[in-house]
Design a protein around this ligand. Structure first.
Ligand code: NAD
Length: 466
């Protein structure tokens, strides 16, 4: 029982009575109970009840709100974390931590797409590029990078330029290179200097200024001939093509019994077979990255790219980019020029998918130490691609078949992309027809110098076409 004597009336709460019920008695004379005081008590009691009811409602609705808002948010965070963890992707909280990514050769074709993809992921991007004439013509400024990218114009072999570019960088994408199989067979000093010495200078600086991760662009060319199987279904890893003795000899590599070998997707475990100076220099880049990164506490990743295509590829560079070369010819009213018989098989991968692979290689926790093929997973003959492009550009023209091979070129090499799909969740998304249509639309608005015949003459003059 609770008794209060301070009020003009005595309030008595009893255990037997239900909640809020009480007896009211006059202090002096418990039998006397003035009506006015009873009214007052009723009013106070009523107000207390209303107030408590309101408070309960408020608390209830607050709790409901909190429940409705916080529970789904918490649930989303937990589920997303689990999914990211399962896929091995960057944890959600790390999206708040951005990297400063230095892209060497970042003003080039692939570099611009990688820069854009990195910006979209919230990273800061800096580019080091010497804007070589073969790719950029007489331009002295990088095109198509946008105002958010910091550009350092300089050579990857120049220590001072590299130091400036590396300041504050946390990751590096190494793309700077001379690119072209045929040309590498006569411009040997240039290719070895830029590709190999350039990578050496980069790592010399990285030893004193380490970053978290370096991703290098390697190439399918390091495989030489891709993987084959013979007509009995046996896998052949060691295929080397010998020059044809007669015009009537087949282009395809043959087994010991003279039977044509069948190309099958080439996985990363296939041993390199370096058939050109370019391939050799790309392999050196790859090995320098994978040897030096772990030695100095950095993470190294190598991406072996197949034939990238898409809007923005240098149209006046006749040494690289099969589709850009064909497009440039068609744009100038000339048929695409194809070496051999046009039945060589390759994998043409859209540059946006290549950029996706670079982002995964930069961010994925399983990528360090890895070597990954990057392709579309679909192979096509070079002739088929030339034909599809001429249709997309609305310039129906049969390709010119050279019937001769370039020294250093391989016959077939198609990509097995299962490793990058399984480990890094890479998913090439661009439909080939759609990619060609985009390319055709872009080419229609460009000017392109057709230098294919000059490039061919350069090779022929040195006996590099047979
Ligand atoms: N495009 C493909 O199909 C393909 C296939 C396999 C591998 N790759 C590799 O991917 C990388 C990028 O290729 P891309 O197609 O964008 O070529 P690209 O020629 O368009 O870009 C290369 C960039 O490197 C720059 N560069 C050249 N020498 C330099 C130097 N000494 N210092 C600084 N910058 C220099 C060039 O100015 C150019 O902007 C290259 O390493 C290439 O070997 C490309």
């Amino acid at each position: 029982m609770f008794r209060s004597d301070s009020a003009p009336v005595t309030l008595v709460f009893t255990a037997e009575r239900p909640n809020y019920c009480f007896e009211v008695r006059n202090k002096d004379d418990p039998s006397e109970f003035p009506e006015r005081k009873l009214k007052l008590v009723r009013e106070i009691y009523g107000a207390v009840l209303v107030w408590r009811g309101l408070l309960k409602c408020l608390l209830l609705s607050w709790n409901m709100c909190m429940f409705c808002v916080t529970f789904p948010v918490a649930e989303w965070v937990v589920v997303s974390c689990l999914i990211h963890r399962r896929l091995g992707q960057k944890p959600i909280w790390r999206h708040l931590v951005t990297d400063t990514i230095l892209i060497t050769g970042g003003a080039g074709f692939i570099g611009r797409y990688v820069a854009r993809a990195c910006l979209e992921r919230g990273h800061k991007v800096r580019v080091l590029d010497s804007l070589i004439e073969q790719v950029h013509g007489d331009r002295t400024q990088a095109d198509g990078l946008g105002p958010d990218v910091e550009v350092v114009v300089g050579d990857v072999r120049d220590e001072a330029a590299l130091l400036r570019a590396l300041k504050g960088a946390t990751k590096v994408v190494h793309l700077a290179a001379e690119v072209g199989v045929g040309q590498s067979m006569y411009a040997v000093d240039r290719y070895v200097s830029v590709n190999d010495y350039g990578t050496a200078v980069l790592f010399q600086q990285l030893i004193d200024n380490p970053v978290k991760r370096v991703v290098v662009a390697s190439s399918m060319s390091i495989y030489g001939e891709g993987l084959y199987k013979d007509p009995d279904g046996r896998i052949r890893e060691d295929v080397v093509r010998t020059p044809r003795a007669n015009e009537s000899d087949p282009w395809d590599p043959l087994d010991e019994q003279g039977r044509s070998l069948i190309p099958v997707p080439t996985p990363e475990w296939k041993k390199p077979a370096l058939a050109s100076v370019y391939a050799l220099s790309k392999y050196v880049q790859e090995r320098l990255t994978l040897t030096l990164c772990p030695a100095y506490g950095m993470e190294g990743v190598a991406l072996r790219l197949w034939n990238a295509y898409g809007p923005g590829q240098a149209l006046s560079n006749p040494y690289t980019g099969v589709l850009a070369i064909f497009a440039s010819r068609l744009h100038n009213g000339q048929p695409p020029m194809i070496f051999e018989d046009g039945q060589q098989r390759r994998d043409f991968v859209h540059v946006e998918d290549v950029a996706q692979a670079f982002v995964l290689a930069l961010e994925h926790e399983k990528a360090p130490g890895g070597v990954y093929n990057v392709g579309s997973g679909q192979d096509r003959t070079v002739s088929e691609v030339a034909e599809l492009l001429s249709q997309a550009m609305n310039r129906p023209m049969a390709p010119e078949i050279a019937g001769k091979a370039r020294i250093g070129d391989i016959r077939h090499c198609i990509a097995d992309i299962s490793k990058i799909q399984q480990e890094l969740s890479y998913q090439p998304g661009k439909d080939f027809a759609e990619g060609l249509a985009e390319l055709a639309e872009w080419v229609a608005k460009q000017e392109a110098k057709d230098l294919v015949n000059e490039a061919r003459r350069e090779l022929e003059a040195r006996g590099l076409v047979a």
